[in-house]
Design a protein around this ligand. Structure first.
Ligand code: SF4
Ligand code: SF4
Length: 329
């Protein structure tokens, strides 16, 4: 009997999700035994044409990581969707927009201006920026178009399942592959991780007071974190109470606060708002000015609360006044 065919593809991401697949270590041999990897450009020499030649739905599943922010990524995503029975949004960026999604606080022109004009030490006197088409003596060269707006995978195509995390934990990847190979799939469109808050799997839970109140929010590089006690109770912004579990509280084990990469549980519509309201409720004061002072210590609220989820949020992106209607794409 032929093995199910599987594809891995990356869009706008750092490459960490591909590393997570490699982190399966010798278990990757079990995966290879069970499935036939027929497209994995980062590791094996496959080309887009190989996918184009496949029959529709020939692939059992495509694991797609990264947010979608260019015409080329959108084309590949639509192509893989047509050739796949299942599409899994793999990792925070495909799931919620991820770190690349923070670019939604700018538009393309602003980013090009910064990268191609303002960066110190830049040697670009002619102010050259990427353009979709350039005519040269040999003909016309084309480049993918970078979008103004970074999108989650399910804002571009239909997604069947979500594997959360930055990157997804190895045990969740294994569980997902096993579920697909055995046909024992959870309900359609599930997030393939426990639907419970991270604190419940954290070794420090016993040291988290029932009633938390915080006089000062601190940043990890400004003070030493006690490795035995709840990090949030020490005043560091740990988002464990509002984050989905499944990573074994990996960052907390490394004595760093959780920044929320696994995203919210199913009961939360907007991760950033939930995180913001949870942290704001901990301010230890009834005085408006003092509360403002306590919360004012939280540097970069968008980066802190929407670090992985701005494109998936109700905000979706920053308002761009130069664009009619404030939104593009
Ligand atoms: S707030 Fe952070 S450190 Fe405290 S119990 Fe939750 S995950 Fe653990
Ligand atoms: S502790 Fe938080 S940030 Fe770290 S891997 Fe787990 S969910 Fe992600």
């Amino acid at each position: 009997m032929s093995k199910p065919k599987v594809a891995f593809y990356w869009c706008a991401s750092c490459g960490g999700c591909e590393e997570a697949v490699v982190d399966l270590a010798e278990d990757i041999l079990e995966v290879v035994k069970a499935v036939d990897i027929t497209f994995w450009p980062v590791a094996l020499d496959f080309k887009r044409g190989d996918v184009e030649e496949m029959a529709d739905k020939e692939l059992a599943v495509s694991f797609i990581n990264g947010a979608v922010r260019s015409s080329e990524q959108a084309e590949m995503v639509h192509l893989l969707r047509a050739k796949s029975q299942l599409v899994v949004a793999f990792g925070s960026c495909a799931h919620l927009g991820g770190i690349p999604g923070l670019a939604n606080t700018f538009d393309r022109e602003a980013m090009f201006r910064e990268v191609y004009s303002n960066v110190p030490g830049l040697d670009n006197e002619e102010g050259t920026v990427p353009v979709p088409e350039s005519v040269v003596p040999e003909g016309t060269l084309s480049l993918p178009t970078l979008w103004d707006t970074v999108k989650t995978l399910d804002q571009v195509t239909e997604v069947d399942y979500y594997l959360p995390g930055c990157p997804p934990p190895v045990k969740l990847i294994k569980n997902a592959v096993n579920a697909i190979v055995s046909g024992q799939l959870p309900p359609h469109k599930s997030v393939l991780a426990p639907d419970i808050a991270l604190c419940d799997e954290c070794d420090r839970l016993a040291t988290k007071p029932d009633k938390l109140s915080i006089k000062e929010f601190k940043r990890p590089h400004t003070s030493v974190i006690d490795p035995e006690k709840c990090i949030l109770a020490q005043g560091f912004l740990c988002l464990g109470p509002v984050t989905r579990q499944g990573c074994d509280a990996a960052c907390v084990k490394g004595n760093m606060p959780c920044t929320g990469c696994m995203g919210p549980t199913s009961r939360v519509h907007d991760f950033g708002t939930k995180a913001l309201s949870a942290m704001a409720s901990l301010a230890d004061s009834n005085d408006e000015n003092e509360i403002e002072n306590i919360l004012g210590k939280i540097v970069d609220p968008v980066g802190s609360f929407y670090r992985y989820s701005l494109p998936a949020s109700l905000l979706h992106r920053g308002y761009v006044p130069s664009v009619q209607g404030g939104r593009k794409q």
